[in-house]
Design a binder for this molecule. Sequence first.
Ligand SMILES: [Zn+2]
Ligand SMILES: [Zn+2]
Length: 344
Amino acid sequence: MAIVKEERKKGAVKIRDVHTPEPGNGEVLIRVKSTAICGSDLHAYEYPNGYEFMKIPVILGHEYSGVVEDLGYGVTLFKPGDRVMGESNRYCGICPNCRSGRTNICDRNLMTGLHIDGGMAEYISVPQNLVHHLPISLSYSEAAVAQPCSVSLHAVFDNSSIRPGDAVAVFGPGVVGLMAAQGAQVLGAAEVVLIGTAADARSRLPVARSLGLKTIISEEQDLLEAFAGHTGRTRADVVLECSGAAEAIRDAVKLVRKGGSITLVGIYGSPANVFFSSLVRSEIYVRTSYTATWKNYEQSMQLIASGLVQVKPIINEYPFRDGMQAFADALAKKALKPVLNLDD
Ligand SMILES: [Zn+2]
Ligand SMILES: [Zn+2]
């Protein structure tokens, strides 16, 4: 059984039987236990412009965990029965970026579940260099969301300048923003404020508050006043832009202090109209962050296992057979991060 995008049109996603893949040389065959639905799976469902590159039919999903079932020739790092999860991007390993450790911006990157068959299936075969062992106390459903968590931690740990005691603002209370905010707390930020829209007020901002974060509704509150009210600071030392809304970049510029930094993590649907002179005059440091590297996956699993990053309030669990309902709930914004569990 697998969740397959079958045709080049909106919808056309079905649960159906597929062949079990054979592990190739150096590959690990994983029996999937949990797999999560991500925004890019919803895009694959909707099939907007820009997704023509997809292999069709394709098994969706790039967030998955499971048990090693079988090994291809030459696998040395894993054995059958190992509890594992796999990375989302199949990087080439030989381009200059890969060879300097920046596999997240590989020149020949293939995205699992879009370019190649993904993890919303009973089995997936994955090169061993993309597979990670799970910490003992990490559940399969938590491990399935270690992938989006690694994206947040790459932004916070590798591409932001958060120092202990900082006041941090996070735009976008989606999965990546909620985990980035917790990553900022791990680095010792004294104040972390999540900024969302009125549409986020019903479900996402309450989740943020349950995680001990302060929240602002951008349309209903004056940004600077509300931020000062929460933190006692006039501006943020660091802003993490995780919403993907181009207007949020302008708000980020308004909110950051002179000499502060902004990290852009969102994927923007339209160009942002930003007047750069104000950034220049205030020496604002603007950085970007995209996906994650091997080390971020390890960090993400360790921090979730230790409870320093909480994912339970973020996920909604479904049996795999209810996968299409989970897609519907995610598209209707009734579920923030659906995780589909396969039976034993
Ligand atoms: Zn994802
Ligand atoms: Zn590469």
